[in-house]
Design a binder for this molecule. Structure first.
Ligand SMILES: Cc1cc2nc3c(=O)[nH]c(=O)nc-3n(C[C@H](O)[C@H](O)[C@H](O)COP(=O)(O)OP(=O)(O)OC[C@H]3O[C@@H](n4cnc5c(N)ncnc54)[C@H](O)[C@@H]3O)c2cc1C
Length: 397
């Protein structure tokens, strides 16, 4: 398998081998689809042509996913098993530190490369796509954006290479969409902070080696009184609570972080006191792009399986793909997936250009996640009764 750093060294390479055909042979070429202007939606136009290097990076991610993840999807989904060894391998290949500069052990790439990686992994397994996205964008992204130099030196090389898995706890039982309603507290006590509270729905809470959590350091200031802290696994007072038994994406660990008189040193504070909410909003700008890419990959994976099945399955003496009702479905699924991909690449391109992405990333995430649901549902219809059973792949999208 090709590590990302190798692709990076091939900058300007010509004559890339043809994109692998197979389960996703019908997926439209991204290079062609992105070679357009993204001016629709009233935003700034952006040029979105993939370079040879970006195409290679997608291929490297696709190869990794098909070889190391594909054969195990059903078993991991059934057992809600998070494959730590495969995540470590993803880290060795550069997929867990895509945006982290090479000086901190990362791949040093941009958002366009990053969304390609997430899309290709999610095509094969949305759960692992979610884990890779959360690790890169949330915990690692937070340390990259707001960590002190000392914190970056300590955490980024471990996170970017997958030696450590990262978690990021913002959500609480009573603070979901309203993240400013954080009730977890952090009280200064000499050279330490003492944290109490809990964080629900935290990706990698159980399997993670390090977690960034948000806590109120001054309740009277509401949003402006929230701060963020980085805490290592094994710190007394930090434990894992309930593991969520999810409807989908079951191979991604989603659990509760519990903080009971958890004492951390003063330098566990990330950035300045009271800036946690602003930090979270900034981290989520990037996180939304990765969830949009996750959704595009989910839709493209379901679409690929639906097309394969429409070619193979025969009824009334012909493949069901010969019936126009099925063709219409597939045309709509492909068109919506492509539209979601364009919005996602537009947001990624704006991020790489250092332009504001709050609106573009929210649009991409909103549209792409709804497309993922619609396309997955239509894929189940194409499979008929077999779409409803676990032996067949589409019920996992
Ligand atoms: C698989 C998975 C992984 C996750 N990983 C993480 C993670 O790593 N870290 C983390 O911090 N969180 C994580 N989350 C949590 C996620 O961010 C929250 O689920 C999300 O913020 C919504 O919060 P909630 O579930 O409490 O829903 P609520 O906020 O209770 O919303 C319930 C419903 O009300 C609607 N609603 C809420 N407010 C309004 C409003 N003002 N106007 C109109 N409608 C409204 C919502 O749209 C929703 O339909 C994860 C969740 C899942 C499912």
């Amino acid at each position: 398998m090709i590590p990302l750093w190798w692709c990076w060294q091939q900058k300007g390479t010509r004559g890339i081998p043809e994109q692998k055909q197979g389960a996703f042979a019908t997926d439209s070429p991204v290079r062609e689809s992105c070679d357009r202007q993204g001016a629709a939606a009233g935003g700034q136009p952006v040029k979105m042509e993939l370079t040879d290097q970006q195409v290679m990076i997608r291929q490297a991610a696709a190869e990794f996913a098909q070889k190391e993840i594909g054969p195990h999807v059903r078993e991991w989904d059934r057992d809600a098993h998070f494959p730590v060894d495969v995540m470590r391998q993803a880290g060795e290949l550069g997929f867990l530190g895509v945006l982290v500069p090479e000086s901190y052990g990362g791949a040093g790439l941009g958002y366009v490369e990053y969304v390609g990686v997430i899309e290709e992994i999610a095509k094969v397994c949305p759960a692992i796509g979610l884990s890779v996205a959360a690790h890169n964008s949330l915990c690692t992204g937070h340390m990259l954006l707001f960590g002190s130099e000392q914190q970056k030196q300590r955490y980024l090389p471990q996170l970017a290479t997958g030696r450590w898995i990262g978690a990021w706890g913002l959500t609480e039982p009573t603070a979901g969409s309203d993240a400013g309603g954080t009730r977890t507290t952090a009280v200064r006590d000499g050279d330490e902070w003492v944290l109490n509270g809990s964080k629900t729905f935290t990706t990698h809470a159980a399997v993670g080696d390090v977690v960034v959590v948000f806590a109120s350091t001054d309740a009277s200031k509401k949003h402006h009184g929230i701060s963020s802290f980085v805490i290592d696994k094994g710190t007394p007072g930090l434990t894992v609570g309930k593991h969520e038994d999810k409807l989908g994406m079951r191979a991604s660990d989603t659990s509760e972080v519990v903080l009971q008189n958890c004492r951390v040193p003063a330098d566990a504070l990330v950035g300045r006191e009271g800036e946690g909410f602003k930090q979270a909003m900034k981290v989520l700008d990037g996180g939304r792009i990765s969830i949009a890419a996750l959704s595009v990959g989910t839709a493209a994976g379901a679409l690929g399986h639906a097309i394969d099945y429409a070619r193979e399955r025969e009824q009334f003496d012909r493949p069901i793909g010969a019936f126009q009702a099925i063709q219409f479905k597939i045309a709509d699924m492909a068109t919506e997936t492509e539209a979601a991909r364009l919005l996602t690449y537009r947001a990624a391109t704006l991020a790489d250009e250092g332009k504001p992405v709050t609106t573009a990333s929210a649009m991409a995430k909103l549209f792409a996640s709804e497309v993922a649901v619609r396309v997955a549902e239509q894929a189940v219809q194409v499979f008929g009764g077999y779409g409803f059973v676990k032996d067949y792949p589409v019920e996992k999208y």
